[in-house]
Design a protein around this ligand. Sequence first.
Ligand SMILES: C[S@@+](CC[C@H](N)C(=O)[O-])C[C@H]1O[C@@H](n2cnc3c(N)ncnc32)[C@H](O)[C@@H]1O
Length: 320
Amino acid sequence: MRILFELSGEHPKLPEAELAGVLDGERLRWKLHGRDRLRSTIILDVASKDASFAGRLALTKRAVGIFSIGKDLKAIAAAVYPKIRNARSFRVRCESNTVERELGALLHERGLRVKLENPEETVEVVRFRKGWAAGLGIPLDRDFEPRHPLKRPFFHPTSLRPKTARLLLNLARVKKGDRMLDPFCGAGGILIEAGLMGLKMTGRDIDDRMIEGCGKNLAHFGVNAVLECRDALSAGKGRFDAVVTDPPYGKSSTTLGLGLQDLYERFLLSASAKIRKGGRLVMMLPGEYRLRHPDFTLLGKHRIRVHKSLTRVLWVLEKD
Ligand SMILES: C[S@@+](CC[C@H](N)C(=O)[O-])C[C@H]1O[C@@H](n2cnc3c(N)ncnc32)[C@H](O)[C@@H]1O
């Protein structure tokens, strides 16, 4: 199906990298139909009739299954009508009132009933280059608020926001049933999202109070993980499809006396044995570090400005 994605403008590259990560993770074939850079929209042809994968996206504001693209509203009405002909009511939603009114009238002329409040179908019309793209909205799960760190039974200031955790997981190209490890799991910010996505998770942390708190948080959201109090630099059992993590920044969380450069590099060396060939390691560091990664290919490094004195750097690596 043809799908329009309205990407979040909060980063120049990450929304598209995330989208590719989700499609590749779900093993869906896709190709680019077109993009409108001015409006941060992209249209893809995805080899699937099921668009539920889009629900996972953290940096996409809107997704619409497209039936028609063009300037001629009569042609758009002709393409949209068969898709909603059985609906008891509909409305058109567009940034242009004129399009809403004219397309609404054209569909009404064909016998469909307009209802502005709670219609059965809402036809979404999005400006795309010099024309319009029209179709039906695809539900996205963007209600992150209930999982905000402050709303969990165990709070720790280092814990990631759910939106960021979801982004990291999507960049790791994982899908339901995959095995993932967070070796610095802390309060479980990444594990909660991973659990809700249906991954099989292992979380480790060197601090048993964090493991205990993490367990409370996971139980609160009804997700399960194998939790172990263990040093991320130690061998540990198991080989995973992905390692997704946010190692300590050395401020509120312990590093057991190791310098950050040293910790991250030793972690990268030890992580190699924990990931299957072709699996991804996605990690977020508190700034620029030059790290050796002999067993991994670096696929991307993304800088995320948090505030004036903190820019995080998100690394995406693939095991050779
Ligand atoms: C930034 S926090 C992780 C936060 C977590 N991603 C979340 O969203 O809740 C880093 C964690 O790494 C743990 N840690 C520090 N050194 C470690 C080590 N060598 N092995 C395992 N865990 C370690 C700390 O106890 C801390 O809980």
